[in-house]
Design a protein around this ligand. Structure first.
Ligand code: ADQ
Length: 491
């Protein structure tokens, strides 16, 4: 590949992310087992082939015992992973605290929490201090395994201080940072108390990447207005260098899905699910249970659709199948969202259900890969109502599995994916409940010819623009970005 040619036989890509692609999990007999972790980042980076990779990240559990730490480190090393052991207290402050209560909502336009929890336990003064401390631990782990010629790719809002910390250690390291969420408008971002420190730390990277040009543009504006720097989308002048900022929209490994659909296990599931939903149209939702995914808006829109089409109901026989993957349940806001969602599901089912069936089938669980593929393949509509979403890979995966069915994708204009799949989808504003309700009707009524046209557009994009391309483009650009570019004027 292009990448292996550039890096040569000894060059490695070190991927640094909050979570490792495998999780260390306690086991009653074996003591520890190592299942793979799920999520968009892991599936995308699995697409990088022919290049030596190492992962650095949290193993998914706190391990106080040093003997256990040694065992886990050895086992993970065989899987090309290096763990960063963060204790429970630090995880609580850094991950559940600063990352998930402050940066995540702010980057998705939900604003900052009304109350900051200033916890002084165990010498940790603030969640931000825990954040920098955790970043420091990631940096130390990277430095321990770093070899000259390695390329370091830092991921996401958890690790904004990392570029700075790594460059302090060795200015010649090639360091890139990529954000998987949106970067909000600078008017939103400026509310963050540590706004300048985080921007300056990120700007130490050789390449700063986002899913969409809008996010890159917002980042550049924040650097101009909050740090007084000069720059544009060609680069930002900082610290006597030009820092490259660019958009690298992620993709999926579409073949992984199309191949799975041909296998006997998925075929069996398809038959099973088709029987289960016989005579009903199925609208599918697959999301982590997160406020950014617009669960309440989706349910209200579906309720409105049922209300408007009550007389048609016996004709339509529609079911909304929502797979809601539990996530971050240690954060109180997420538990609150779960109960609001349950209440709304119960209301709609109570109102529109019959003895034979209820209109919403809501599951608080993940489904295995085979079932997921089968559900993507047999459903008539996918309904994605994210209030903000960096990209949204579920929409890509749905399209990849719809070659025979040609189902319709209803997609929020606030998902990064709307920029690539817009022309082949029904684009909605998820806040406009009536608009989404109408979109559901339009999707269910769409003539075959239009469905085929829409699907063709989306399928070509999804199958051509792969995760492998995304990773290769990013790492090649990072390789070519020089950290010591001469100072030049930017007009
Ligand atoms: P997420 O917010 O997690 O990702 P998304 O991009 O849709 O959102 O990725 C979710 C992944 O988890 C998909 O690969 C999906 O298949 C998997 N998944 C979801 N539900 C599942 C279930 N029930 N069972 C099994 N697997 C399930 C973040 C950002 C996104 C961005 C990605 C990648 O919020 O905007 O697109 O990172 O950059």
């Amino acid at each position: 590949s292009r990448l292996s040619a550039l890096l040569g036989p000894n060059g490695r890509v070190l991927i640094v992310a909050n979570r490792l692609p495998v999780t260390a999990k306690r086991h009653p007999v074996k003591k520890w087992e190592y299942p793979s972790s799920s999520g968009g980042l892991v599936s995308a980076l699995q697409g990088i082939k022919d290049v030596q990779m190492m992962w650095v990240g949290w193993p998914g559990v706190s391990v106080p015992n040093e003997t256990d730490q040694t065992v886990i480190t050895e086992e993970l090393f065989k899987r090309r992973c290096v763990p960063v052991f963060l204790d429970e207290e630090l995880m609580d402050q850094y991950y559940s605290g600063y990352c998930n209560k402050i940066l995540w909502p702010l980057f998705h336009y939900l604003g900052l929490p009304q109350e900051y929890k200033i916890n002084k336990a165990k010498g940790i003064k603030s969640q931000f201090e825990a954040y920098t401390q955790a970043n420091q631990m990631f940096a130390e782990t990277v430095c321990k395994i770093y070899k000259e010629g390695d390329i370091i790719w830092c991921h996401d809002y958890h690790l904004m201080c990392l570029p700075k910390l790594l460059k302090q250690y060795n200015i010649n390291m090639k360091v890139g940072w990529f954000l998987h969420t949106p970067f909000p408008s600078s008017e939103m971002y400026r509310a963050l108390p540590n706004r300048a420190e985080l921007l300056e730390a990120v700007l130490k990277a050789d390449l700063v990447g986002f899913h969409a040009y809008d996010y890159a543009r917002h980042f550049v504006s924040a650097c101009i207005s909050l740090l007084g720097l000069e720059g544009d989308l060609d680069g930002i002048q900082f610290d006597r260098r030009i820092v490259k900022v660019d958009a690298f929209p992620i993709g999926i490994d579409a073949q992984r899905f199309t191949k799975a659909l041909e296998g006997p296990k998925v075929k069996e599931k398809i038959t099973e699910f088709k029987k289960l939903f016989a005579g009903r149209k199925v609208i599918l939702g697959v999301d982590r249970l997160d406020m950014i995914k617009g669960f309440l808006q989706k349910l209200l829109a579906f309720e409105k659709f049922l209300e408007k089409n009550e007389e048609l109901d016996s004709g339509y026989k529609v079911v909304l199948l929502q797979i809601a993957v539990p996530t971050r349940s240690d954060v109180p806001e997420y538990r609150k969202l779960a109960s609001q969602v349950h209440e709304l599901v119960a209301r709609v089912n109570g109102r529109f259900g019959t003895l034979k069936a209820t209109p919403i089938l809501h599951l608080d669980q993940t489904v295995d890969f085979d079932s997921l593929c089968a559900l993507y393949a047999i459903t008539d509509v996918a309904l994605i109502t994210s209030l903000r979403d960096g990209m949204n890979l579920v929409s890509y995966e749905y399209v990849a599995c719809q070659e025979s069915n040609k189902g319709v994708l209803i997609l929020s204009e606030f998902a990064g994916a709307a920029q690539s799949l817009g022309a082949g989808s029904i684009i909605v504003n998820p806040w406009d409940i009536a608009e989404v309700a109408d979109a559901i009707k339009r999707a269910l009524d769409m003539p075959t010819e239009d469905r085929e046209k829409h699907h063709r557009h989306n399928y070509e994009l999804v199958s051509r623009h792969t995760a492998q391309d995304w990773a290769e483009n990013y790492v090649c650009d990072l390789y070519n970005a020089t950290s010591k570019a001469p100072l030049r004027a930017i007009h």
